[in-house]
Design a binder for this molecule. Structure first.
Ligand SMILES: [Zn+2]
Length: 254
């Protein structure tokens, strides 16, 4: 049963949907099957020094890809991403919107992965407000409340990286963020387009389009479809010889 369960977890959307017997495999309560890491470790070598400024890609040549996963509106999807990391060795960065209960709910499973560096946490504000329409003090509150939550819950504050909700920021917002230690606004090259509900097929099409060397790709822990596509995402990453990395794996901010 464990082997069948593993196959379900790592099989792409189509195969999983087409196999009703596999879908009925119960969770193996209390057991932690040993699964091989399917993705390679990050490449060694020196980190790339970047200035404190907006990034939309990983600088320089290489074969890395920084998957960044935002929000956390669904505790189930946050949990599935954590399991994905455990199952495959995937390394990625969560941009945490601290207001969602998902993050406290999964604290105990997530914290060891944060401490080992496999999963990085960064600031995506308290409750996902558009920072460009807030007063200066409200912008500071949005970022500092998330900072406090991350510090208290995970022992890190996510600095120097923050992602402005909706990608909306300006010089004034960035200055306030920098004053709180968030000196690098992290934008993206491509998106899995799943901040709202989309089909699994479209999500995988987006991955095929945007999973490329030295990119920053954005996904969301909001809706279930991605949790049924992990096998296909792994296939794309492996076919293209990409290494999933956290921002800290490859960058140092000077
Ligand atoms: Zn967001």
């Amino acid at each position: 049963m464990l082997a069948a369960g593993t196959a379900v977890a790592l099989t792409g959307c189509t195969a999983a949907q087409g196999d009703p017997a596999a879908a009925q495999v119960p969770e193996a309560a209390g057991q932690v099957p040993v699964r091989p890491a399917l993705l390679p470790p990050p490449p060694g070598g020196p980190k790339t020094a970047v200035p404190p400024a907006t990034i939309t890609a990983l600088p320089g040549p290489g074969s890395c890809m920084a998957l960044t996963v935002d929000d956390g509106a669904s505790a189930e999807v946050v949990g599935a991403y954590i399991q994905f990391a455990k199952d495959t060795g995937a390394r990625f960065t969560f941009f945490v919107t601290a207001y969602y209960r998902s993050w406290s709910e999964h604290r105990d499973e997530l914290r060891p992965l944060v401490e080992s560096g496999q999963i990085q946490l960064a600031n995506h504000t308290w409750d996902h407000a558009d920072l460009t329409v807030l007063s200066e003090s409200s912008v500071a509150d949005e970022l500092s409340q998330c900072k406090l939550f991350l510090r208290n819950t995970f022992g890190v504050d996510g600095s120097p990286y923050y992602r402005p909700p909706f990608g909306r920021h300006n010089a004034a917002v960035d200055r306030i963020a920098a004053d709180l230690g968030y000196r690098v606004p992290v934008m993206w090259y491509g998106s899995l387009s799943d901040s709202g509900l989309i089909t699994e097929q479209y999500l995988v099409e987006c991955a095929r389009k945007y999973f490329n060397p030295q990119t920053i790709v954005i996904g969301h822990a909001n809706h279930a479809p991605v949790t049924r596509c992990y096998g296909q995402l792994v296939d794309i990453i492996r076919e293209r010889n990409l290494s999933l990395v956290t921002l800290d794996d490859v960058l140092t901010v000077v």
